[in-house]
Write a protein that binds this ligand. Sequence first.
Ligand SMILES: Nc1nc2c(ncn2[C@@H]2O[C@H](COP(=O)(O)OP(=O)(O)OP(=O)(O)O)[C@@H](O)[C@H]2O)c(=O)[nH]1
Length: 307
Amino acid sequence: MFKALKEKLGFIKKKAESMDQEFTTGVGKKITEDKLEDFLWDIEVALMEADVAVDVIEKIKNDLKKALVGKKVKLRADVGKIVEDTLKKSIKEILTKDFDFDEFIRNAPRPTVIMFLGVNGTGKTTVIAKLAKYLKDKGYSVVMAAGDTFRAGAIEQISIHGDNLGIKVIKHQAGGDPAAVCYDAIEHAKAKHRDFVLIDTAGRMQTNRNLMEEMKKIKRVAKPHLTIFVGDALAGNDAIEQAKKFEEAVGIDAVILNKVDADAKGGAALSIAYELNKPIIFLGNGQKYDDLMIFDVNWFLHRIFGD
Ligand SMILES: Nc1nc2c(ncn2[C@@H]2O[C@H](COP(=O)(O)OP(=O)(O)OP(=O)(O)O)[C@@H](O)[C@H]2O)c(=O)[nH]1
C-alpha cells in the first residue's frame, strides 16, 4: 500500500540531508532559492512517479521553498529535518478536513440517506456492501437501494450482497427509473423505521450527459444527507477528473478511495483530497466485507513516512 509514495518521500529526505552543504555553500550561510532549483526538480519528478497530481506537487514545492529559503544552516542534517517536517505538514494540511463520519452517523436525521457515485468498476457496489456491514455491526438497521438499473448484473450483485449480509435490498426491474427505486427504498425505511438507506447508482462513463442527469434526478428525489464519490486508487489522475465531473454536475460531500490494497503508488489519496477539497472518509483495501478502513490522517502519515 502506497509503496512508491513512501519510497519517494524517503528519497527526498535523504537527498536533502546529503545536500545541505550544497544549498548554502557552507555551515552558517543562508539557503538561497537558486541553489534549491535542482532539488525541487528532483522532488517534482519523484512525486510525479508516485502519481501525485501537478497542483499538489506545486503546493509541496512552494511550502518547501517557504520553509527553506533564507534559513541559516547551523548543523549538518538540519535541512533533512526541515524538509521532512515541511513535507509532513503539507501532506497533513491537504488531508485534514473537518468531517467525522462516526459523528455524522450518530447525529444525522433518520432515515439517513447516503448516495454513492462513481464510474463503472471502481468498486461502488462492493463499498456499499462493506459500509452496510460497518453500520450493521454498529447496531444500525440498513436498507440498500439498487439504483443502478442500467446494468442488469448490478441489481443481481447488490441483491447477493444483501442476502449475504441479511440486509433488505429494494429493487425494480432492469431499465427502470432509478429515482423511483430510491423513493421506494426511502419510503420503506420510513415505514419500517430503518436507520440508513444506501443508494447504489449507475456508473457509465462520466462524460455521458444522461448519467449526470440521472444522478441529478436521484439527488432531487432522494435528498441524500451525504453524497459519496467512490474513486479507484489505481485510476490515478483519471479518478480526479471523474470526481470533478461528478462534483460539478451533482455535488460530492466526501470520498471513499477504493482498491488501495492494489495501489502501489499512493499519490491518489493526496491528489483527490487536494483537488476536490473534500474529506476522504474510508479506504477500501480488499474484496472482503471487512476490508474497509476509516481514513485517519495520522495513520496515513505514519504509513508513508514509516515512523
Ligand atoms: N483489490 C480490490 N478490489 C476491489 C475492492 N473493492 C472492489 N473490488 C473489486 O473491483 C471490482 C468492481 O467492483 P464493483 O463493486 O462491481 O464495482 P462498481 O463500481 O459497483 O461497478 P458497476 O457495478 O459496474 O458500476 C470487483 O471485482 C470487486 O471485487 C478493493 O478494495 N480492492
